[in-house]
Design a protein around this ligand. Structure first.
Ligand code: UDP
Ligand code: MG
Length: 136
């Protein structure tokens, strides 16, 4: 399908801290993803726990929630053709060590936890995640 989609992107604390916001945004816009909404926020650990609820049974859950709430983040709605998959491709693999050349995580990720960006993994989850940050 080539439909216009929306997806949620987050620039995580490690990348905000290193002043990478504009570099990461330019990767999206150069690849025909339009930033429809954009805000810099600092969420609580409880909010992070709610956002990452799908991972609550994983051993890294507590650390993950502590990390996402450890500093400012930038949350964005990206829109474009096949936005969900396109964003995932631009991000690269979860562990920067395994990410393809020129992906955001390969360029900027520090480690599997400090991997610079989040992106929705399906259209259904994109809708939920956009609602979580922008529609309540
Ligand atoms: N994560 C981690 N340790 C792991 C796996 C994942 O700290 O062993 C973190 C990592 O920051 C990742 C997030 O948990 O981005 C969510 O994991 P997921 O498998 O959904 O990866 P993603 O969709 O972000 O690529
Ligand atoms: Mg995921």
């Amino acid at each position: 399908m080539n439909d216009l989609e929306q997806t949620l992107s987050i620039i995580k604390p490690d990348a905000v801290e290193r002043n990478l916001i504009e570099d990461i945004k330019s990767i999206f816009t150069k690849n025909n993803l339009v930033i429809k909404e954009n805000k810099k926020i600092h969420i609580t650990k409880e909010e992070a726990a709610e956002f990452y609820k799908v991972h609550q049974s994983k051993p890294f859950y507590d650390q993950l929630c502590a990390y996402l709430s450890s500093g400012p983040i930038v949350v964005m709605i990206l829109e474009g053709k096949d936005a969900v998959l396109k964003n995932r491709k631009l991000m690269g693999a979860t562990d920067p060590k395994n990410a393809d050349e020129n992906t955001i995580r390969k360029l900027y990720g520090i480690s599997i936890d400090k991997n610079s960006v989040h992106g929705s993994d399906s259209i259904e989850n994109a809708k939920k995640e956009i609602k979580f940050f922008f529609l309540n």
